[in-house]
Design a protein around this ligand. Structure first.
Ligand SMILES: [Zn+2]
Length: 341
């Protein structure tokens, strides 16, 4: 996670009653596709049967963020961006509560994809900046000739990266002050879906970019999110994911900052995603129906017992998902490459 995602940003539209697409700035006149109260959203981030106290704290944090009103989700007819309204990133308080149960993935599909692109574009190497670096494992994909720098807000993660001999920054601003126009390859993996003020973030990234630099960004793939959500029955919920990106939306957003979207690729469906979808489905059922089989399983506090009970429940979920296994296997993830112009 990066520093920039944690600060709530002002809503884009100043005029009451108007909704403007944050990516392409078109007026959105269609009705919202979703509407969530703070309590409804909190039930998905922290299932109450697992931890009622944390659920209540999450609900209070969301009510504060959304000013005691529901959060709506709109879809832009022009560029396809799906976005929460009010268009606000999760607050520090929200992330502190939900991250009590979060983890950083050690590997992503886009790591080798992006590394191959970097090597092809810049055979001699250069400076690479990994924004929201987590474990910093993208560095392992790069050959000699590349100098790896990371922006990471979590101290534990930063220490791990530094122990491997890499330079880190606590924020993008610090990196931009220290190394303006320096980086030929900048990566943001799974960041932009969290950021309401992506204009501000992209502007700083442009300051960091060397002439002709490539900006590689991965994020959930908007057009596949709805299909996956329909099988998982687990919504993709603001304010964690405040943007559901599409290639035209990325093109519009990066263009304002001085980048040109050159290409994108969508992660192919993966068999193992079916298991993850089954897991999401179980959480969604536990949130909606605490007395269901899924709800009772999820409320078991002992982790070992939960793991032991998981296989039979998983088989049951797979049987229920059987007619839509292809949608369950969707990765709903894509990688974009933009050039500093
Ligand atoms: Zn738009």
């Amino acid at each position: 996670m990066t520093t920039a995602i944690n600060a709530p940003q002002p809503a884009v539209a100043a005029v009451p009653g108007t909704v403007t697409c944050p990516a392409c700035r078109a007026k959105v006149t269609s009705a919202p596709i979703e509407r969530w109260t703070a309590a409804e959203a909190a039930n998905f981030f922290v299932v109450p049967s697992r931890n009622a106290d944390r659920n209540a704290r999450c609900s209070a944090a969301l009510a504060k963020l959304w000013n005691d009103r529901p959060c709506e989700v709109y879809e832009c007819n022009a560029c396809g961006l799906g976005f929460g309204w009010p268009h606000l990133s999760g607050s520090n308080e929200f992330y502190a509560i939900t991250h009590e149960q979060a983890d950083y993935p050690p590997f992503r599909w886009e790591y080798p994809q992006a590394a191959q692109h970097a090597i092809a574009q810049f055979p001699a190497g250069g400076l690479v900046l990994d924004v929201g670096a987590g474990h910093g494992n993208f560095s392992k994909q790069l050959p000699a000739g590349w100098s790896y720098y990371a922006v990471e807000s979590t101290e534990v993660m930063r220490q791990r990266i530094e122990q491997r001999g890499h330079k880190t920054f606590t924020s993008l601003e610090h990196a931009a002050d220290a190394h303006p126009n320096a980086f030929s390859f900048i990566v943001l993996f799974q960041v932009l879906e969290h950021v309401a003020d992506f204009d501000g973030m992209l502007a700083i990234l442009r300051r960091l970019a060397a002439p002709g630099a490539v900006l590689a960004m991965s994020m959930p793939y908007g057009p596949e999110i709805a299909r996956r959500v329909a099988v998982a029955t687990c919504p993709d919920m603001p304010p964690n994911h405040i943007n559901r990106w599409t290639p035209p939306a990325v093109a519009a957003a990066v263009a304002r900052a001085g980048f040109k979207l050159e290409s994108h690729r969508v992660q192919p469906p993966q068999v193992r995603n079916v298991l993850y979808t089954a897991y999401l489905r179980t959480i969604a059922q536990a949130a909606r129906q605490p007395r269901s089989l899924a709800g009772r399983w999820y409320s078991v506090q002992n982790k070992k017992a939960r793991i032991a009970l998981a296989p039979p429940l998983g088989v049951l979920q797979l049987l229920r998902m059987a007619p839509r296994l292809r949608s369950a296997a969707l990765s709903a993830n894509f990688l974009t490459f933009s050039r500093a112009v």
